[in-house]
Design a protein around this ligand. Sequence first.
Ligand code: UD1
Length: 417
Amino acid sequence: MQKLLIDGKKTLSGSIIISGSKNSALPILAATILNNHTTIKNIPFVNDIFTMLNLLKFIGLKYRLSKKTNLVEVINPRKNINTIAPYKLVKTMRAGVLVLGPLLAKYRKAKVSLPGGCAIGTRPVNLHLFALKKLGAKIKIKNGYIFATAKNGLKGTRFRFPKISVGATENAILAAVKAKGITVMDNCAVEPEIIDLLNFLKKLGVKINIKGRKITIEKSLKEKKVSHKVICDRIELGTYIIAGALAAKKLKLKNIDKSLIKKEISVLKRMGVKMSIGENFIEVYKSGSIKNINLKTDPYPGFPTDLQAQIMILMTQAKGLSKIKESIFENRFMHVPELRRMGAKIEIRNNTAYILGPSILTGAEVMATDLRASVSLVLAALIADKRTKINRIYHLDRGYQDLEKKLINCKARIKRV
Ligand code: UD1
């Protein structure tokens, strides 16, 4: 199993090109089931994307990749379509469940494995199924699979999600775009990745209106040859801004859209992070003194749970007591015991972490537990004394394109063994 060896306390300098958003590319890839010929640009080549492409291939779609230009072309050949998402492909990546909506909408039936739990919580799909039932699907759960049918096609309707969910909103959108009549969904997630999916679907003739958390979908999707560039990965961007704030003389982050991270920028400014922000770049510098802060993760436009583990490293360097409340997932502090072994002073009570800083971090052998927890260990290692050995880095490869290459180019000392 591969590990990362990181020698800390090296000053970073240079520039990093931010990749396209994985969480935007995944639902758009699921949407290619609904179309005949789709080209997606700015695709990050990370393992979750390859898993989704394998799933599309299993279903019967064909694709061509261009790694040089970060592009993928997906063709739905219309025949020999298998409306199944097997356990082996959904268990490693929950987003596999996003093929449920499009398969059901287009082929009127789907058999999709239940994704199961994962390190950060139980992660049910009840809200996905709730929305599909409202659209007229009949759903049964048997032998670990969701069996969904809509013999006469899906029908537009009105409903309100009882809880905000990114994946359930995406699945519902991907089904509603082929439903007869108008669908009005309230209490939707409105993450930039969802807006990107909607912008893609608009190119296929779907009429969409968004007002607050209410999404209205009318006019069914028309298949046509279409091309779409996914937005920049705001979580990768936030991760590298924090890396810069921790350890950079000057780190320039390019290929970005600053409008996607307004909340994060305001939080980092409050913490005293020095940045200079252009239209499509951010320069960040290590600042002498970081201020403590109280934060809470929330659905967009709130502070993202996907940056909770990373900002915690900055909190270990802030003067005084910082707090971060995790309000999205019930078990997303798996990085904390590992950070404590590196010298961080962190206590957890209920769903809040209390971080006392500044503390001197020291290298240790640690274990990555999920994608964002893993990258927080990388950030900690960058500022730790001596060497950190990070085990189970396959989590990182699921979501960060060329992580060590990008950091090594900026003078970090990292080796994969
Ligand atoms: C997506 C992101 C993930 C991010 C999360 C929250 C992708 C591929 N993943 O995950 O990186 O951390 O949004 O921003 O885009 N829930 C239910 N029932 C459901 C669905 C969700 O109770 O049917 C709960 C979850 O357990 C969780 C909360 O709702 O507590 C939010 O989850 P959700 O927004 O659905 O996350 P994902 O779409 O899985």
